[in-house]
Design a binder for this molecule. Structure first.
Ligand SMILES: Cc1cc2nc3c(=O)[nH]c(=O)nc-3n(C[C@H](O)[C@H](O)[C@H](O)COP(=O)(O)OP(=O)(O)OC[C@H]3O[C@@H](n4cnc5c(N)ncnc54)[C@H](O)[C@@H]3O)c2cc1C
Ligand SMILES: Cc1cc2nc3c(=O)[nH]c(=O)nc-3n(C[C@H](O)[C@H](O)[C@H](O)COP(=O)(O)O)c2cc1C
Ligand code: SF4
Length: 400
């Protein structure tokens, strides 16, 4: 990206000059006791970008300029999909880059990127692979991670989905961050320090999906007596099917965390309870929270719709996932696209018909680029701006 031809471009000496001058300038202005650290990539994935040897050399130059520590990430802005790990990456995917740079310098070197489990992190430090670890989304999802790790309560850590489903996607839209799992993230001043109530109430929550479980947890945490009613035989609601497509298993871990937290907060959970009016009245609640979720629209006004199966039925196992067949998905929203991934894994040839101008509308950008690349490689036949008009046993008609 640096196309300068003056003393700040061209050779590595020149390209590193600006950062070195900044580090030296900070040292001069702030004195010897001021801690200066730098975040640099250990690997770029850019064909004409920095080589690994250059990354090592830059680390040495930063050390010589006065850096006290280095925090090693990876990627560059022109390889957007490599900027951060999605749920497709293994934990600690980038640690090897930091470990390599640690051998090139004598100051402390840390790793970052999808570090989630205290045990995994502990091992990296104990074995001397790196000197410290940086946590990003891990702490957005559960700011009490360090405290829980230190007190042997790793099982209580709310597990980040790595799906950017609230944090970076909102940042890219110039909004304050939030989190799919942590309702306090981005609203710490507003709801971060809820006080225990002086007037405990009898609260009934209807629905054991993520919304109901979190509402019950919050109400119990501040001192209310909470009963949660779920009409099916298990907690989780849509999380039970959201965890089925490829790479989505972290959602099952999130569901299990919610269930564990309900128990830890003393919520009474009643499964197989369909909360009609009489059931609710019998519990004599002071307050009722309805969190009954949403269900898909199944009645589309298209002739032959009875020849289709519902995506949710594939996900919940009511309908067997076909293999080596030609499958058309009507609706290329996020769920349609995830079902497409599931079908591709079974060797199906997949078409998607979407009436909007784009598929995976609303999906965070890194995922979307990954998904579109995957679909292109696997030759998914995508028709956008297309409306289905008729469905028969072996064909789907649509208009552009
Ligand atoms: C395939 C798929 C993938 C997804 N992937 C993601 C993702 O990656 N990230 C993300 O953030 N979100 C994802 N979502 C969305 C996410 O799963 C939902 O937004 C979330 O689970 C909704 O939670 P909820 O509690 O509002 O509703 P639900 O999960 O629908 O829960 C409602 C619960 O209420 C119960 N209920 C209804 N009526 C009654 C009654 N009368 N009495 C008692 N109980 C009742 C239902 O049985 C259900 O368990 C995905 C969804 C799907 C379908
Ligand atoms: C909301 C958000 C903002 C970030 N901003 C930056 C940034 O400005 N510079 C940077 O080098 N990394 C940034 N990152 C990346 C993180 O520092 C970290 O490298 C990355 O999220 C991987 O770690 P994690 O899996 O623990 O999140 C950001 C991450 C998030 C979630
Ligand atoms: S929004 Fe998703 S990826 Fe971001 S911190 Fe929360 S759980 Fe993790």
């Amino acid at each position: 990206m640096n196309a300068r031809t003056d003393e700040y471009g061209g050779s590595l000496d020149n390209r590193v000059r600006f950062a070195v001058e900044v580090i030296e300038g900070i040292r001069k202005a702030c004195g010897p006791d001021f801690i200066i650290g730098a975040r640099i990539p250990g690997h770029e994935w850019v064909s004409d970008g920095l080589t690994d040897d250059e990354c090592d050399e830059i680390a040495r130059r930063y050390e010589a300029a006065g850096c006290d520590y280095l925090d090693i990430s990876g990627g560059a802005t022109d390889v957007f999909t490599k900027l951060m790990e999605t749920e497709r990456y293994e934990q600690g995917d980038r640690v090897s880059f930091a470990a390599r740079i640690k051998k090139a310098v004598s100051i402390p070197v840390g790793a970052v990127g999808a570090l989630r489990e205290p045990e995994f992190c502990d091992k990296l430090i104990k074995e001397g692979t790196v000197d410290f670890l940086s946590l990003g989304r891990t702490l957005i999802c559960d700011p009490y991670w360090p405290e829980k790790a230190a007190s042997g309560r790793a099982n209580e850590i709310r597990p980040c989905l790595s799906y950017f489903d609230g944090c970076t996607n909102r940042l890219f839209d110039s909004c304050a961050i939030s989190c799919a799992l942590n309702p306090v993230a981005g609203r710490e001043l507003e709801i971060g320090n809820l006080q225990k109530t002086d007037t405990p109430k009898n609260v009934v929550v209807i629905g054991g999906g993520a919304g109901g479980m979190q509402a019950a947890i919050t109400a119990a945490r501040i001192g209310h007596t909470v009963t949660l009613l779920e009409k099916s035989d298990k907690l989780g609601g849509q999380f039970n099917i959201a965890c089925v497509p490829p790479y989505k298993e972290k959602i099952a871990a999130a569901r299990d965390w919610f269930a564990g937290e309900l128990a830890r907060q003393g919520v009474t959970v009643k499964l197989n309870w369909d909360a009609g009016l009489n059931v609710i009245k019998s519990l004599k609640p002071d307050a009722v929270i309805a969190a009954t979720g949403a269900v898909p629209v199944t009645e589309i006004p298209v002739p032959g719709v009875n020849n289709t199966v519902q995506g949710w039925d594939l996900l919940n196992g009511k309908v067997a996932v076909p293999g080596n067949s030609r499958v058309t998905i009507i609706g290329g929203g996020i769920v349609g696209c995830e079902i497409a991934e599931m079908l591709l894994e079974k060797g199906n040839s997949v078409s998607i018909i979407e009436m909007l101008p784009e598929i995976a509308n609303g999906l965070e950008m890194i995922h979307k680029l990954d998904l579109l690349q995957d679909f292109a490689e696997k030759k998914v036949n995508v028709k956008t701006n297309s409306r289905v008009t008729k469905i028969s046993q072996d064909s789907v008609s649509f208009i552009l």
